[in-house]
Design a protein around this ligand. Structure first.
Ligand code: ZN
Length: 277
């Protein structure tokens, strides 16, 4: 028998304390999830790929009731949702949050205690109160149409999901698609919105590829990189490989291969990957 915090492949969940009442949690896929514990309740930001029992794991850290929130609808952030009877996310994530990437995930989702979990919508400006500890929801759709950032006013940290991270932001859109440029423009506007709140946070915690980013120079580098893509001046790198991203997703069998040929563009510390056909 596996103990509660070991996944089906025998890997332990990892955890570390960032501050009292603020934990980072990871799995073998190097997703970063975050547990925030207030005086009355707790929130888990993202629920991972669905392996093991993430709910038992976080309940071994706190005895407060834990509410699960998804930063967006991709399954590597929503796989453990079925451990809870209800989950919170942007309404635009409702459909995708049940869409698995591979057959293993489908089985894991079906085996959860609440496979038909209820979904509650979070909107821009909503406040989630953990007891003298407010989380503010900021809508930032681009990488996914149901993306939110979560501003922890007490810890002065901003959680950005997959919309802002150090490895690469995936824009799963074709450059030739009509909505490509509007998506890039929206990403840029979202980063400007996060920058406008800069006095409210000291660091940024994304869902992949390293946490606790210093906001500078990332914020300005992403704004500039989005502008270069819009202007057609972004320089495509000689290979696409990145943090946890295979050099050739199409022939490597990576789940990203289904999207076709992808390219990486960079400016300073910002990287974006998009589909170049
Ligand atoms: Zn994603």
């Amino acid at each position: 028998m596996h103990s509660f915090n070991i996944d089906q492949a025998g890997y332990l969940y990892g955890k570390w304390m960032m501050r009292p009442g603020f934990w980072a949690i990871t799995n073998r896929w190097l997703n970063f999830m975050y547990l925030l514990i207030g005086e009355e309740s707790a929130v888990l930001i993202d629920t991972g790929c669905g392996e093991g029992n993430i709910r038992s794991f976080v309940e071994s850290i706190t005895n407060k009731s834990v509410k699960a929130i998804n930063t967006h609808g991709h399954f590597d952030h929503t796989g453990g949702n079925g451990c809870w009877p209800e989950v919170w996310m942007a309404e635009a994530a409702f459909v995708d949050c049940r869409r698995t990437f591979e057959p293993l995930q489908e089985r894991l989702a079906a085996e959860k205690p609440y496979p038909d979990f209820l979904m509650h919508a979070l909107r821009d400006g909503d406040i989630v109160d953990l007891g003298k500890h407010n989380l503010e929801i900021l809508s930032i759709p681009a990488h996914h149409s149901g993306s939110i950032a979560i501003l922890d006013q007490k810890n002065r940290v901003l959680f950005t999901g997959d919309e802002f991270e150090s490895g690469q932001v995936l824009m799963l859109k074709r450059r030739t698609d009509q909505e490509f440029f509007s998506t890039i423009a929206r990403h840029q506007a979202n980063i400007q919105k996060l920058k406008s709140r800069r006095k409210d946070y000291d660091f940024i915690c994304p869902a992949h590829n390293g946490c606790m980013l210093n906001p500078e120079p990332y914020l300005d580098d992403f704004i500039a990189l989005d502008q270069q893509i819009l202007d057609g001046t972004a320089v495509i790198q000689p290979d696409t490989a990145g943090f946890g991203f295979p050099p050739d997703p199409v022939s490597s069998g990576s789940v990203f291969g289904m999207f076709g040929k992808q390219v990486r563009v960079e400016h300073g510390l910002a990287s974006i990957i998009y589909i170049d056909n």
